[in-house]
Design a protein around this ligand. Sequence first.
Ligand code: UT7
Length: 331
Amino acid sequence: MSFSVGILGTGRAVPDQVLTNADLEKRVDTTDEWITSRTGIRERRIAPNDMAASDLGALAGRRALESANLSAEDIDLIIVATITGDMPFPATACIIQDKIGAKNAAAFDLSAGCSGFVYALDVAKNMVLGGSKRVLVIGVDLLSRVTDYSDRATCVLFGDGAGAAIVGAVADGYGIIATDIGADGAGAEFLKLPAGGSRRPVTDRTIENREHYLCMAGNEVFKFAVRIMGDSTHRVLAKARLTSEDIRWFIPHQANIRIIKSAATRLGISDDRLFINVERYGNTSAASIPLALDEIVESRTLNDGDYLLVVGFGAGLTWGAAIIRWGGIIG
Ligand code: UT7
């Protein structure tokens, strides 16, 4: 029997604690007006000290299983897209496998920054085509853990969250019908966590220099983002033989409202088809797209056969876009 590969269920999880622009005004030299007008962000969620990526990721994963009416034992692979795993190793996917009781699943992490979820969707699709039955894909990041809250240029941007999707067989013609993933490693310097790896292990000196915090050339990432969101969207539409008119929901990585709006204008995407929640969560990295996807699913504005286009960019520098034809659930 021929089949396609699509999404069988989605879930999300965010911490309860809210960090507002007013809270940040008390910590660094910034204003609500600057943050809102330059980024569109009003608040973000921050995980409590005892919560790690696996806790939030497991919660989102369980919710995705529930929405797909599946049990953890039905999963044969877990892919966790993250750059803020519980520890450098073992993989957070293994910790989540144990937490949710997915004892039949292989498990690994994938590092592609904010593009991680789209990369993982593409890998999951190909794993299902290669014989896996059901893949749990989780995008989770706790960027608050690597954010320098004395650096106003970055600390206003990021928040914590998790989103998940179950990937498996759907009826022919539905599902993930086209993808476009890529990287430009020449831009690796523009967004990085300098210390803590084999290049620069953490020492008193790296801590003194605050190299255990995320560091970003915001303008460079901004320029890349605007260009690549447009280019990757065009490529994935061409692969799917669709135009932007065919897309019901355009779901961009939620990093900055100016990046989103400028890409949407270039692509001719009207506001009623453009999903934005950056004002409530800030940039949640690999969680941003699956969080948005789950909110759309919950809003019940999706019909069987609707086309969704997700597109993201991030550390690497990387990018990823996918077009999903919603529905086609078998059985
Ligand atoms: O998921 C991928 C991760 N990264 C991104 O998506 C980030 C992409 N980049 C951006 O979103 C934007 O570049 C930022 C929001 C980070 C910065 O916005 P910008 O419009 O590019 O501002 P800028 O960096 O050019 O800074 C303009 C001014 C500077 O002051 P001077 O040098 O002109 O006097 C900054 O010092 O704004 C200042 N500034 C701030 N002022 C108040 C930077 N951060 C703040 C702040 N509050 N929080």
